[in-house]
Design a protein around this ligand. Structure first.
Ligand SMILES: C=CCn1c(=O)c2[nH]c(Cc3ccc(NC(C)=O)cc3)nc2n(CCCC)c1=O
Ligand SMILES: [Mn+2]
Length: 626
């Protein structure tokens, strides 16, 4: 018999025991990073994650026992999580970019003008803030170490991060939203990685009463980005946009800085594939502010026969021109973190079919038969079924109030989407033929128009606006600016970002065409002029014919090329008022052009490339002449 000597190596980092994993074989730079995190946060143990299903099952089991998660028994491996009601969304006012020079992060705006395009904090001030939060913040808690990759493992377009966190909910979601695997350590080697430090901000013994088994520290939330060091530090919030650091913090804010430095694009865009009845396939990327149905478009069920839509990604696109000058894009994420309310078998059947298992629902309602519920699902649950609201209150359809929080989310693997594209993880990415901007514009803006040049497309993107429920103090809706749909996710000076876009245009490159769409125009009686949803394929079809250079279907206008009357396939639709749908009220556009220019003047100022102002002035002049 050969006796195997099991050498139990109790590894320690500092004096902190290793609960899982092997510290000794980690890359040196990672060891240094972890030792720093241990010294700073003082966890009771270190747990090096491997992203496996077994690991997830172990964590889920623990969270079910603790009551943080509830099993949704109607499905296989679906769970519900309720947060502290004070921790339900991104906190823009506490989200900062820190660079030595303020104007690397934010544009020069006049004194007294509040920057809508990101908040800068000096390194000195940020140090004070963080020194009041991070020391000992993980005491009594486990520090999870998450090796993750944004993009397919091994793709030249992918980037690696390491996140430490004291939230096991974050670990469960990160393994859905990103690629978490020990292979990351091998791929990383001695390269640099994005350093992500997250804490719920609730050291033990807890000072603040924990609600819903969701530790957090709303009063002291801060999300700090250090782009020059490729570092993120997030404290006090467990909520997705603040804690799944691979998403908005890394894949947009930090990645936009890396992309500027390396000559590619990190954008807040979906990527979708459209195959025409003739069997030709195109890929487009599209940027929309919230409440425009971006995820619905990414997974569209087309209403015209012979068209086929497949999804590559629903939120973020990393795009780079290849050696042949063709723009290729990947979805850096591995999952969908979608807004639940309004998602149903009518608006987005492919999303619904993506989260029937292995998914996590945050702040949605729960039905008595162990299912999820939110506003929009009324016709898809048994009538009269008992429901528990996101606040844990008994409720049923027809009762006052909402069952789910308006920002409640589903977190599900992209691989489960029935129409996920076969090349969604292709290391080369997919070729992008068109870039589409859009906004929720109830008046004045036609269904679709096309930029007359790349620079004109950048100006159109910079002028994106969308109707949104105004911030607390106002009532009702207002038209908010959301330039390039990147306003909350900028990683550096927005004027420099626009210049970066302009600089991407090179003669030997096949520049994508740029379009703007508006699904939401109302008629004089306040009814939608356009059926939207699956019928949006008709607009995509026109866009693709323009991509192929069909000059006969467009006419010139002061805002760009607009569809020639009758050039959009309206077959099968009842009466569509094309004149109203495509009209360009000259007073509206005169005002809109002026308002856009004053927004850019005040928010981007001298940092905005002059060509953008010139194109806006030309547009305004064209409306004055009419
Ligand atoms: C690919 C779909 C894009 N899209 C749309 O194209 C769209 N259009 C509208 C407005 C609208 C609402 C209802 C109808 N029709 C009926 C019958 O109610 C038509 C248009 N809402 C839309 N929504 C939902 C917006 C909230 C997230 C939407 O997502
Ligand atoms: Mn988004």
């Amino acid at each position: 018999l050969v006796y195997e000597v099991h050498e139990i190596v109790v590894q320690k980092v500092g004096h902190v025991p290793l609960a899982k994993g092997d510290f000794t074989h980690l890359p040196k730079k990672v060891k240094i990073f972890l030792a720093h995190c241990v010294q700073l946060c003082k966890p009771r143990g270190i747990y090096i994650c491997d992203g496996s299903a077994e690991e997830a099952d172990e964590i889920i089991h623990k969270l079910l026992e603790r009551g943080t998660l509830t099993r949704l028994t109607k499905y296989k491996n679906n769970y519900l999580c309720r947060t502290d009601p004070d921790d339900v969304a991104r906190v823009e006012s506490k989200t900062f970019i820190t660079t030595a020079n303020k104007y690397d992060s934010v544009p020069h705006v006049r004194e007294g003008v509040k920057s809508a395009l990101g908040c800068w904090m000096s390194p000195e001030d940020m140090k004070v803030e963080l020194d009041h939060r991070f020391p000992g913040c993980m005491s009594g808690r486990m520090m999870y170490v998450i090796p993750f990759c944004m993009g397919p493992l091994g793709s030249p377009l992918s980037k690696i991060g390491v996140q430490v966190t004291d939230s096991n909910y974050v670990l469960l979601c990160m393994r859905v939203m990103t690629r978490v695997s020990p292979k990351v350590w091998e791929l990383l080697g001695d390269d640099d990685f994005v350093k992500c430090i997250h804490s719920m901000g609730c050291p033990r013994p807890v000072q603040r009463r924990v609600k819903n088994h969701w530790p957090c520290n709303p009063e002291k939330v801060i999300i700090a980005h250090f782009p020059e060091e490729r570092k993120i530090k997030s404290f006090g919030s467990g909520y997705g946009g603040n804690s799944l650091l691979g998403k908005k913090c890394f894949a947009l804010r930090i990645a936009s800085v890396i992309a500027r430095d390396e000559g590619w694009m990190a954008e807040h865009m979906l990527i979708m594939s459209i195959t025409t009845p003739k069997g030709k396939e195109y890929f487009v990327s599209a940027a929309f502010p919230s409440a425009c149905g971006k995820t619905n478009l990414a997974m569209l069920n087309p209403s015209l026969p012979g068209f086929r839509i497949q999804c590559v990604g629903d939120d973020i696109a990393w795009m780079k021109f290849d050696e042949k000058g063709v723009l290729h894009g990947i979805n850096p994420e591995a999952g969908f973190f979608g807004v639940a309310p309004g998602t149903n078998m009518k608006t987005n059947p492919n999303a619904v079919l993506s989260f029937q298992e292995n998914s996590i629902f945050t702040n949605v309602g729960e039905t008595a038969d162990g299912g999820y519920f939110w506003e929009g699902l009324e016709d898809e649950v048994p009538p009269g079924i008992g429901i528990t609201t996101w606040l844990g209150q008994p409720w049923h359809i027809g009762c006052p109030g909402k069952a789910a929080h308006p920002n409640s989310r589903f977190t599900c693997p992209a691989s489960q989407c029935p129409i996920i594209h076969p090349k969604w993880e292709d290391p080369k990415g997919v070729p992008i033929s068109a870039i589409i901007f859009g906004g929720r514009r109830p008046t004045g803006v036609p269904l679709v128009f096309e930029a007359k040049s790349w620079a004109h497309g950048v100006m159109i993107g910079a002028c994106v606006k969308s109707e949104a429920t105004a911030a607390a103090e106002f009532q009702g809706k207002t038209i908010m600016h959301d330039p390039m749909a990147m306003r909350p996710f900028m990683g550096y000076n927005f004027g420099h970002y626009l210049q970066h876009w302009l600089d991407l245009e090179k003669p030997d490159r096949k520049m994508p065409k740029i379009f703007h769409v508006n699904w939401f125009r109302l008629d004089n009686n306040g009814r939608f002029l356009w059926p939207g949803f699956g019928d949006n394929i008709r607009v995509l079809d026109w866009i693709l014919r323009r991509v192929d250079g069909d000059a006969s279907i467009a006419v010139d206008s002061p805002v760009g090329w607009i569809p020639k009357k009758g050039s959009i396939d309206l077959s099968g639709l009842g009466s569509i008022n094309e004149d109203e749908l495509f009209s360009l009220p000259h007073d509206y556009w005169l005002e809109d052009s002026r308002e856009s220019r004053s927004f850019l003047k005040s928010q981007v100022g001298p940092d905005c490339p002059p060509i953008i102002y010139r194109l806006l002035e030309d547009q305004e002049a064209a409306f004055v002449k009419q």
